[in-house]
Write a protein that binds this ligand. Sequence first.
Ligand SMILES: Cc1cc2nc3c(=O)[nH]c(=O)nc-3n(C[C@H](O)[C@H](O)[C@H](O)COP(=O)(O)O)c2cc1C
Length: 183
Amino acid sequence: MPSPTRLLAFAASNSRNSINKQLVTHAATVLKSEINQDTEITILDLNDFEMPIYSIDREQESGIPEAAHTFFKTIGDADALLISYAAHNGTYTVAYKNIFDWCSRIDSKVFQSKPMVIMSASPGQGGGASVLKIAEDSAGYYGAEVRGSMSVGSFTKTFNTETGELADVELATTLRSQLAKLF
Ligand SMILES: Cc1cc2nc3c(=O)[nH]c(=O)nc-3n(C[C@H](O)[C@H](O)[C@H](O)COP(=O)(O)O)c2cc1C
């Protein structure tokens, strides 16, 4: 029997009620139920990878934290990635960037040639477009193969938090078309 496709999904946020976690969880569910039923979903929480703020001095004194090795290996073990980026002042959250910086000291190709779909959700109309652009423009340097992307603005209107699904019909169609590019 062929082994299932291992999908690793996470929000690049450490917020307990992260809207990006809600979006990425919904996307992973849609992927499994409508696109590839033979998908095994793992959803990470960045809070499980909290580490000291990266500094070259810390690295030289104490090495790379075990949590960074675990995060890096978890990416390596996946067949595909789904990431939804929270926007803090137009760029990555500190929580994500810290994990990313530590992992980049293991290997700059943090994404290890994995295909991925990237997303961003924001309460405002912009839909985190700036952080999504940063992630997309730089992906190649870090070994990512971005197959699709989408941004979801006005989250409280476009996403139904009770059902955990996109309420906006156009965005729901876009989600499916972007996810279909993953495999
Ligand atoms: C420090 C800070 C900076 C923010 N900067 C932006 C921003 O630049 N653009 C934006 O659309 N939203 C911004 N927001 C609002 C976030 O998009 C909002 O908090 C969102 O819920 C974050 O995603 P999360 O819930 O997945 O953590 C900011 C929020 C915080 C706390």
